[in-house]
Design a protein around this ligand. Structure first.
Ligand code: NDP
Length: 281
């Protein structure tokens, strides 16, 4: 297997953006990401640690918004409104999981689209569908970034995306279409998934099913992009594609060290776009 190394891509993005951020700071401007943490879920805290590290590496600020008690929808909307109006805040994201009873769409769409660095609001999804530059959900963005970094031409390629979530599968399919790939999107109701996936030239999997994609679903000389992050029985990280099956691929993203290594740097790309859009205002 030729490894599509996410750590190498992250390093490249880091070095590129450090220079850009230095120039922004020379103009006495700052980049600040506001992260609203509606719960203290352990996964949310572990993602926060990763974002803090990225911020420290490149010289941007993170402001966290926490609550003494689980916030109501109204309380979250009040915080988002304050951050939308605060000119010192470049980007806003609300961490998952959401507390029970909160309408995710209402929260997502309350964020000013020029600060929506997680690419979750409807306006950004619409812009992406039309191929107009916008904030792109970082995980989907990371899949394209790694393929581009390794100069994998997507034009006319038969690409299969398994998963159609609003944060990964759907935006990834849009990005691939914008790159002139021929895209098939599969999901839990797809029939004969193995026949479709094994014929793909490039297979992107974002299903949230630990190592579900094994030999049965794979073909020859494929490029495999594995978005999944899970812990296996030994407590080791693994993906949606069985790691040992990646040996036969032409190229594959490992887990760990693949897509997950890049997502925070794609969040940074969105922050830099947000900064630019706000300055143009
Ligand atoms: P969701 O649960 O929101 O979506 C899963 C998608 O997979 C759905 O569209 C679902 O279909 C489809 N699916 C589920 N089971 C099957 C199946 N057996 N066959 C075919 N399709 C199936 O997950 P996310 O998109 O949020 O995340 C996907 C994976 O990516 C997870 O493992 C998650 O941990 C990981 N992830 C990784 C990140 C990173 O930084 N690397 C960041 C975010 C997520 P249907 O629509 O029909 O229900």
């Amino acid at each position: 297997m030729n490894k599509l190394d996410g750590k190498e891509v992250a390093q490249f993005l880091k070095e590129n953006n450090i220079e850009l951020i230095k120039k922004i700071k020379e103009k006495n401007e700052e980049i600040t990401l506001a992260i609203i943490l509606p719960t203290n879920d352990p996964s949310s805290l572990s993602y926060l640690k990763g974002r803090m590290k990225m911020a420290e590496n490149v010289g941007i600020n993170i402001k966290t918004i926490t609550f003494d008690n689980t916030p109501t929808q109204e309380e979250l909307l009040i915080e988002i409104d304050k951050l939308n109006k605060d000119s010192s805040i470049t980007g806003i994201m609300v961490d998952r999981p959401f507390p029970k009873g909160i309408d995710e769409k209402i929260i997502n769409n309350a964020i000013d689209h020029k600060k929506d660095v997680d690419g979750v609001n409807t306006l950004n999804a619409g812009l992406l569908a039309q191929g107009i530059p916008c904030m792109i959900p970082p995980t989907a963005y990371a899949c394209i970034a790694i393929l581009k970094y390794y100069k994998i031409d997507l034009t006319g390629k038969n690409v299969v995306v398994v998963g159609r979530s609003a944060s990964v599968g759907r935006p990834l399919a849009q990005l691939l279409i914008n790159e002139n790939a021929t895209v098939t999107v599969c999901h839990s109701k797809t029939k004969e998934l193995d026949k479709i996936t094994s014929n793909a030239e490039i297979l992107c999997v974002a299903i949230g099913r630990k190592e579900m994609i094994d030999e049965k679903y794979l073909g020859n000389s494929q490029i495999l992009v594995d978005v999944g992050i899970h812990y296996n029985e030994l407590g080791k990280l693994c993906g949606d594609i069985k790691e040992s099956c990646k040996e036969n691929a032409l190229f594959a993203t490992p887990v760990p060290g693949g897509i997950g290594s890049i997502t925070n740097y794609m969040l940074l790309e969105n922050l830099l776009l947000a900064h630019k859009l706000q300055k143009e205002n």
